[in-house]
Design a protein around this ligand. Structure first.
Ligand code: MG
Ligand code: ZN
Length: 329
């Protein structure tokens, strides 16, 4: 059985230190948490104009929730064997069917999810951003059962105004059904970055539209994967993208920073994400207050590749890879 795979021990290839230093700002603006919290509460109206959209797996959660359940229930071999024959989302539904056939209950699946690693710093960051008045949303290719189970367990479910993900529901027989966000058997989104069941860029457009209608002016996006770049490419110059350092979205940006119009702040782990996230929304609040220098522009210095698809990283130790639209079965 393969061990559970968590990103912090992942040894995927990444860019050289010199290149990274030239392409992304190193975030050294460590601020005192209590000062930040006080600043938030000084400007509740402006903070309400900021929407923060989080990826879930390897961003809020420290590992991939699908991998976690598959590995913990001993389904790794079956998953890897069927992987070439099914899209990821359909394969997860197959795995849930397998668990049901083995007599595993949804309560056991929920208990497994509650053990998945979610750092306390992530919880405090989410609670602080929510308390400041920011509009928090999730955009994930996991499923609603997994995400809600984990968020409730950590007491942060109510911090989020919206969860955009694949449906996941329990039927009358007690079997968890996972289905695609988009019915890709009948409608292709046409995006070559994202898996067939969900184009994060297209969903980001919807989020942007609905949030803007509610008065949101600035967006922060946090993520780690290839599809998070698709969402990040929907950000405007005044927005902020927070890519996880050393992960696919960060590799792609390093190779072609011009893909993203938004300001970029990298982060490595939960503690750094808390600092970067709270400083970013604080800076956006100052920006809204007319201080255009609140966030420094990012030097764009590593344009050695222009093709996004050419730049797609090879990550042999990671299960979740981009699926071309033609992979629809
Ligand atoms: Mg992710
Ligand atoms: Zn896409």
């Amino acid at each position: 059985m393969a061990p559970a795979r968590c990103p912090l021990s992942d040894s995927r290839p990444s860019m050289s230190s010199a290149l990274l230093a030239s392409s992304l700002t190193s975030y050294s603006e460590k601020k005192d948490r209590s000062c930040l919290s006080q600043k938030f509460h000084d400007r509740p109206v402006r903070m309400a104009e900021i929407a923060v959209v989080f990826d879930f797996d390897k961003t809020i959660l420290d590992c991939d929730s699908d991998d976690w359940v598959v590995d913990k229930f001993g389904l790794s071999e079956a998953f890897d064997r069927l992987r070439p024959t099914l899209p990821w989302n359909s394969l997860m539904d197959r795995m849930m069917m397998e668990l049901h056939s083995r007599g595993k209950t949804v309560e056991e699946i929920a208990d497994c999810l509650k053990e998945a690693p979610l750092h306390p710093k992530i919880v405090s960051a989410i609670k602080s951003a929510h308390a400041s008045g920011c509009d928090l949303r999730i955009l994930s290719d996991s499923n609603v059962f997994f995400i809600e189970t984990i968020l409730r367990h950590h007491g942060i479910m109510d911090c989020f105004a919206e969860i955009n993900t694949n449906p996941g529901s329990v039927d009358a027989k007690g079997r968890l059904n996972v289905s695609p966000y988009q019915d890709f058997y009948h409608l292709s989104h046409g995006c070559k970055i994202c898996p067939a069941n969900m184009c994060k860029g297209a969903v980001m457009d919807k989020i942007r539209s609905s949030a803007s209608a509610e008065g949101k002016k600035r967006f922060v996006y946090v993520g780690d994967g290839n599809a998070d770049l698709c969402a990040g490419m929907k950000l405007e110059e005044e927005d902020v993208l927070l890519p996880r350092k050393g992960f696919p979205v960060w590799d792609l940006i390093c190779r072609n920073p011009t893909l993203v119009k938004a300001r970029i702040r990298e982060w490595t782990d939960a503690a750094e994400l808390e600092t970067v996230l709270l400083n970013s929304v604080d800076a956006l609040g100052r920006l809204e207050n007319g201080n255009a220098k609140a966030i420094r522009p990012i030097p764009v210095a590593c344009k050695f590749q222009t093709s996004l698809l050419d730049a797609a990283p090879k990550s042999p130790t990671v299960r979740r890879e981009p699926e071309p639209c033609s992979s629809v079965v």
